[in-house]
Write a protein that binds this ligand. Sequence first.
Ligand code: GTQ
Length: 351
Amino acid sequence: MSQPTAHRATRNNARRDFYERIGGLSMAPLWESLHQLVPPQPAPKYQAAHWDYDKVRPFLMESGSLITAKEAVRRVLILENPAMRGSACITPSLYAGLQLILPGEVAPSHRHTQSALRFIVEGEGAYTAVDGERTIMREGDFVITPTWTWHDHGNDSRQPMVWLDGLDIPLVAMFNAGFAESGESDEQAITAPEGTSDARYASGLLPVDWKPARQTSPIFNYPYARTREALAGLAKAGPPDPCHGYKLRYVNPASGGAPIATMGTFMQLLPKGFRTAPYRCTDGTVFSVVEGTGESVIGERTFRWKKRDHFVVPSWANVEHRADGDAVLFSFSDRPVQEKLDLWREDRGGK
Ligand code: GTQ
């Protein structure tokens, strides 16, 4: 052994021995992990992934014959990031799942501090009830279940209903701030006729003396018909954004902020043949395809998608979307949290 090599071996042994001894006091040397702890740029430990609805749907329907919504409480197939199996995470901060509710079923009332969003993927006519008011859901509707509100779901229609559940389960778990309780009965008492919150809060008007009690939006169903009309109007009004096409964010009309404090929700129209310019941002984002077909290049991989497919784009991964015909994409992420913490960044590649 040459002198420097021998010297290095002795030094490394001394260090290893030192690490072992301080390990006994639950201490560790920062210098061995500094660059991983404070990376020059995001280095996500999760990956891009795509769920083809043609492959997913048969399993969802099969789950319907294995367990009732009542027994399951929520009959959901979790969309788990392939690099985070066993964690129930689609990104390190977000949970996503596809919930099935069959005609005549009820998913019993409960409440929890985790906030939920529903994005309706298939079917029409099931309802969700939130704090005493029901809303009937249709494809493309975006429905919120604010933190700590009672909610139950039911299906009085003749068709199965499938929706995407987005929850902040991993974020709440990180804070150890989760509380939950079951309702006394499966279906909560209805205290307001359907359409009440829509009439009170969803027309660019608010009840004259109403003051918001929380950050959450007082609107709990943002129907697709209105969202789609807004996108169509936007497309008539001017050119698309190079990175996003025509993209809108859902808002709480009382604050201008996101309808849910922990999750941002978006809808974008990619016109026929449009290709977005390369874009990346720090909020890992879950997409649900509402209309059309196309493909997304995420980092090194290309995913082809169609209506009802889902895919996830990791933090800081480069993304480019291409639409065959007109395509509409719903998406959600933890962007409002990152913005509140002054962490959110994007890279528009100069566009
Ligand atoms: O509908 O309340 O996908 O509590 C996961 C947890 C849905 C719900 C999920 C939940 C719900």
